[in-house]
Design a protein around this ligand. Sequence first.
Ligand code: SAH
Length: 609
Amino acid sequence: MTIYFIGAGPGDPDLLTLKAQKIIAAADVIIYAGSLVNPKILTHARPHAEIHNSAGLKLAAQIEIMRRAAAQGKTVARLHTGDPTLYGATLEQMRELSRLKIPYSVVPGVSSAFAATAALKTELTAPGQTQTVIFTRMPGRTPVPDTERLRDLAAHHTSIVLFLSAGMIAKVVDELLAAGYTPDTPIAVVYRASWEDELVLRGTLETITAQIDAAEITHQALIIVSPVLAKGAAGVADSHLYGAAFAPLDRTDRPAIIALTRRGAETGLRLHRLLKHSMLYAPARFLPADPPADTIGYTVSVRQVLHDAFRRHSALICLMASGIVVREIAPLLRSKHTDPAVVVTDEQGRNAISLLSGHKGGANFLAQRIADLLGGHAILTTASDGQQLPALDLLGEKFGWQLETGDDMTAVIATMVNGEPTGIFQDGGDDSWLADLPPHVSRYSTIEALIAARPNAAIVVSARTLPADLRRAVSRLIVYRPPVLAVGVGCNRGTPAAEIIAAVEETLARAELSLLSIAMIATIDAKADEIGLLEACRRQNWQLQIFTRAEIAAVDNLPNPSPWAMKALGVPGVAEPSALLAAQTETLLVEKQKFANVTVAVAQQVMEM
Ligand code: SAH
């Protein structure tokens, strides 16, 4: 054996192996990597050994030295820094020697990766944290294969040791952020590990570039990123925040409103007031001296705020240019199943753009909601829209419904916006608002099914009186009363208004129907001037709809035809046919109820689907 590739260790001459020392002591020729191998190691060499610094030598010249020595039966020690098998450029030499049929062997050494980790007094693998180490580098003159981009490797969150990259720290940081690391992730740089002037820098992705610049480190340094750095035995600069960076996501369901500019902060304060469940992040200098609750004034970069919010909130409303948001969150994107909803709104709140997680994450719904609250437009770009998500508090106005139970309005809206299970039961009125619901919002065909599902919030649109166990099953509830009941009324001449009102109330109560759902009172033309009836409608704000004798006579198949009405008015009834005509249906919800001077029947308008 004539040629030895020898690991000369990271710098400290005591970190040479005994085997390496013996070979050096016996070698006739020594070639060493001048800048990185400690010259003190050469003191082991024989006094008359021939010593070359490889720094000034091309490959061909080195091979020529080896070839000549081998031809003379001499022994050559080729000293490589650290361990020769890592970034040692030994393969090209081996290839040439094989071609020349010169035998060689390799003696391992202590890599700088291990000297640097020793300097950090930690371990690269730790149970429960990582069991893998990746040795890599940023591309330089030597390219790195595309499949080994740092951002891809780093996605595994293993220990990573970066050689030959200290001069490119800014790029390293970008790649790590792109891999989903947070700015507060610890990172260490070890300069000249095991040398007398060794220097250890500990920082975070956010600080390390400035630290390296300040220390003027460009080479002879390793960069180490690892979950174990958070819990190094020495505990130096350990960050408890770091643990959170890798913890499974446990996001709050409160939407984060994030403002960047003065105007944005103003709009943010307005939106924060309207969107009760929200938290507002705005630059501290743009917030009032005494800011409202759940307002956080920040002084760090907007990148950091966005990154933190992305991790901590299930929905982000960013009051800033979409470009800023896209750039900053791009590195954090994982999948539509886990990413939070992101809505971008200009600083004045004119447009609310559903940017990310439109369907599953609820961003479409949120954008719609913000547009409603701020009086702007929602911009949705997902394919299946239609997803005009309901602005619950505006439904009444839109469809002419009465809000019966509205105290929970804000809570129900928050539940829906935040993607929690929300149940809907509607059996009357326009239901076009339910066309394309997000998956967390379900419509049930009966109120009993809704109760059984026990959603976090419920919206009921119905004329029906609600069972008591609905309240018990669903703590956040809003109830709208659509005007769908046509109440047919017949009465004797001179019946007072109060008696008519009481008869209607009694009829609806027995049938478990809400008075708020009365669309109109209907009767025959012969009663169009009936004082008590007119007065009752005026008092109760009921519409009165009059049908002619001919129209009423044309309705057949009445369940309860009236001989009296036939005799007096020439029609088979008043209350029942009037209700059917007004509701434009053929079946009654409540057949004729007879009171002393009043008859009442109820029909429900058929829901237009
Ligand atoms: N084979 C060597 C690596 C050679 S590549 C080994 O196993 O350590 C040269 C790179 O190694 C340098 O750019 C630097 O990143 C790293 N390096 C070598 N010696 C070092 C030391 N003492 N301290 C820190 N980094 C070192």
